[in-house]
Design a protein around this ligand. Structure first.
Ligand code: GDP
Ligand code: IMO
Ligand code: MG
Length: 427
């Protein structure tokens, strides 16, 4: 039985939650391997509609073990709130596990996220304000506090004293903010630790045992490739890696154990927050896609910027992830569009380029070279077989497949679990 990584291939919000939920119905384990509560994964299934930020999307499939991996940064207040909402709706949380190596988001991370954004002024990244950047920076700087640390109060306090002194100096002396209280944080986090203790454990062994026993394991990505700290539109991106390669490191398994890497692509592009977006439609067409697609963020409610499908970015995403197949989501949103375009290259300083540039200043100067494709009428959300799609929709999917040079395994035509066309086996 395989290990399947489900990876955001664009700027996030591609529909990872939907795809993970659909695959989790038959999987034994789901491991979230990166990010924190900057993620918002929406799932619509027979149990209802859920917006998950930290708990893996497999939690809605009874019997599926859900691991929050070492690669995550967890804000305990949000996690407990999410757990309360889920149990209030009758969801069994007994399969939830939290890696003792996962970093914990502390109040100073959230404070600093906001202060740093404010200080960036016109160059603000448009972060979710959840403390993600400061928490992953601390992880790399060896200043992090991890889930396992919360379990030994004396050690936790000692560590907090050390780190908080440094953080308060930055908050007050660099940003002129108010110092945070050690006792308040300590008490609050001891309370979190008490509730989370039953879930915190060593998780790499659990994952290894599941794989060795031939179980099906999903690696649930968060964010999207173009927000990656290396390959995204740096510095306009996030602070943990959403890539397939990070799936291994962030879940604690060897890369050779991953059998399939599914790249989740929206049938067009969207982005929340600032940063280059070559195919962005800052016009009536962009508004039309946003309205039809209800493109507003799950986490912050911000309007998502919308644009045409970008195959230059998509090919790059494929290169750095090595997708074995593609899931193309939200094809139904394009029903009845007046016209459709796909970006096949960029024009930079009067010349055509086919590569996704590293620098944001170069990207800002790239103009999309667009190919027009015939639109279809729809609705297609009732279609369950690729051959039953309108000819124009088939052509649109075929063209994307051809441009990325990777087969489409799943076409999603609606938010619900069953509104899915399976084109071929994922593994
Ligand atoms: P994620 O962050 O990648 O999990 O994606 P989000 O959940 O943030 O955003 C995707 C949105 O599209 C959610 O509201 C999903 O319920 C919805 N969705 C997913 N697939 C489809 C689809 O094929 N069609 C439509 N109409 N909605 C979809
Ligand atoms: P899911 O998992 C879309 C964006 C933010 C901002 C940038 C940095 O739902 O696809 P951060 O708070 O991470 O420091 O913000 O990254 N961002 C996302 N955009 N979907 C996400 O997650 C995102 N997570 C972060 O909007 O531009
Ligand atoms: Mg999302």
């Amino acid at each position: 039985m395989p290990v399947i990584a489900v990876i955001g291939a664009q700027w996030g919000d591609e529909g990872k939650g939907k795809v993970v939920d659909m695959l989790a119905a038959r999987a034994d384990m789901v491991v979230r391997f990166s990010g924190g509560d900057n993620a918002g994964h929406t799932v619509v299934n027979p149990l209802g509609k859920f917006a998950l930020t930290l708990v893996p999307s497999g939690i809605l499939s009874p019997g599926t073990v859900c691991v929050m991996g070492n690669g995550m940064a967890i804000y305990p207040a949000m996690l407990l709130e999410e757990m309360d909402v889920l149990s209030g709706r009758g969801i069994d949380l007994s399969g939830l596990r939290i890696s003792d190596r996962a970093n914990i988001i502390m109040p100073y991370h959230r404070t600093l996220d906001r202060l740093e954004e404010k200080a960036r002024g016109g160059e603000a990244i448009g972060t979710t304000g959840r403390g993600i950047g400061p928490a992953f920076a601390d992880k790399a700087a060896r200043l992090g506090i991890r889930a396992g640390d919360l379990l030994t109060p004396e050690n936790f306090r000692e560590r907090l004293v050390q780190v908080l002194e440094y953080k308060n100096a930055i908050i007050t002396k660099v940003f002129g903010g108010d110092a945070l209280s050690l006792d308040e944080i300590y008490r609050e986090y001891l309370g979190f630790a008490k509730r989370l203790r039953p879930y915190i454990c060593e998780t790499t062994r659990l994952v290894a045992e599941a794989i060795d026993a031939g179980q099906e394991v999903l690696l649930e990505g968060a964010q999207g490739t173009l927000l990656d700290p290396d390959f995204g539109t740096y510095p306009f991106g996030t602070s943990s890696s959403p890539l397939a390669g990070a799936g291994a490191a962030g879940a604690g398994l060897g890369p050779l154990r991953i059998n399939a890497v599914v790249g989740i692509f929206k049938s067009y592009c969207s982005r929340v927050g600032a940063g280059p977006f070559p195919t962005e439609l800052d016009d009536e067409m962009g508004r039309l896609i946003r309205e039809r697609g209800a493109e507003f963020g799950t986490v912050t409610g911000r309007a998502r910027r919308c644009g045409w499908f970008d195959s230059v970015a998509a090919r790059f995403s494929n290169r750095v992830n090595g997708f074995s197949s593609i899931a193309l989501t939200r094809l139904d949103i394009l029903d009845g569009m007046p016209s459709l375009r796909i970006c096949t290259g960029y024009e930079l300083d009067g010349k055509r380029i086919d590569e996704f540039p590293a620098g944001v200043h170069t990207l800002d100067r790239c103009r999309p070279i667009l190919e027009e494709l015939p639109a279809w009428q729809g609705p297609i959300s009732g279609v369950r077989d690729r051959d039953d799609l309108p000819a124009e929709a088939r052509r649109y999917v075929d063209r994307i497949e051809e441009l990325i040079d990777t087969p489409v395994s799943i076409i999603s035509v609606g938010a619900a679990r069953e509104q899915t066309i399976i084109c071929r086996s994922i593994v």
